[in-house]
Design a protein around this ligand. Structure first.
Ligand code: AP5
Ligand code: MG
Length: 213
């Protein structure tokens, strides 16, 4: 099962991807998490990616596409995976389609988590993330059991650098310009499924499971 998560920044792609991966026992591949871990480890890629991420811009395709292709070629991806944050541009989607076609495969589901812009800024300002395992919380909607501590791995939660209101605005406009066209792309491919992302996270997950079967 190869699943692509679509949706605006803060729509809940990461939250839902983690739940899907746990239920179906497939890897959760988030390009955002890969870049953040490179930033944390001070790699060359991390230094380059940070320049773009801090401004709410997309990291260039040259730095992103090969990274993703290498990741999905690994052994743990044999039974499928959930892509969270990739593709984000039409060229990224085309490369993925072509790479899969070489082995007669395709994206099985593109799940569009639909949340209006008005809800996004509030979600982002309350988000707390785990720098170690990537789990995502919200101070009001999805609080951790112990304040400031990750339920999954016990690490101290942080606020992401790109969750400042100014950067969030940029991320939203980049989303509408460059990523939203993918909704059409996957609709034409016949695999688009849209869920209402404003519902409670467990209800959204229920809707997704009903789609995946
Ligand atoms: P990335 O890390 O992918 O960020 P994003 O797409 O902006 O999405 P977010 O992670 O902010 O939101 P999400 O949809 O995962 O929501 P979450 O579940 O956390 O990318 C970051 C940057 O990396 C990009 O800006 C770009 O620079 C670069 N990048 C990454 N991939 C790239 C690519 N392919 N090409 C180029 N550049 C790339 O939820 C958000 C909040 O809401 C949380 O607090 C959560 O607890 C809460 N929440 C979730 N669900 C619900 C619910 N149902 N009700 C209430 N609250 C909820
Ligand atoms: Mg995310």
């Amino acid at each position: 099962m190869k699943i692509v998560m679509l949706g605006a920044p803060g729509a809940g792609k990461g939250t839902q991807a983690a739940m899907i991966c746990e239920k179906y026992d497939i890897p959760h591949i988030s390009t955002g998490d890969i870049f953040r871990s490179n930033i944390k480890n001070g790699t060359e890629l991390g230094k380059k990616a940070k320049e773009y991420m801090d401004q709410g811009k997309l990291v260039p395709d040259e730095l992103t596409i090969q990274l993703l292709l290498d990741r999905v070629a690994k052994d743990d991806c044999k039974n499928g995976y959930v892509l969270d944050g990739f593709p984000r541009t039409i060229p990224q989607a085309q490369v993925l389609t072509e790479a899969l076609a070489k082995t007669g495969e395709k994206v099985d589901f593109a799940i569009n988590v639909d949340v209006p812009d008005e809800n996004i800024v509030h979600r982002m300002s309350g988000r707390r993330s785990c720098p170690k395992c990537g789990a995502s919380y919200h101070t009001t909607y999805i609080p951790p059991k112990r304040e400031g501590i990750c339920d999954v791995c016990g690490a101290e939660l942080i606020q992401r650098d790109d969750d400042k209101p100014e950067t969030v605005k940029n991320r939203l406009s980049v989303y509408h310009e460059q990523t939203q066209p993918l909704i059409d792309y996957y609709e034409k491919a016949g695999v688009l499924k849209t869920v209402d992302g404003t519902k409670d996270k467990d209800e959204v997950f229920g809707d997704i499971v009903a789609i995946l079967g």
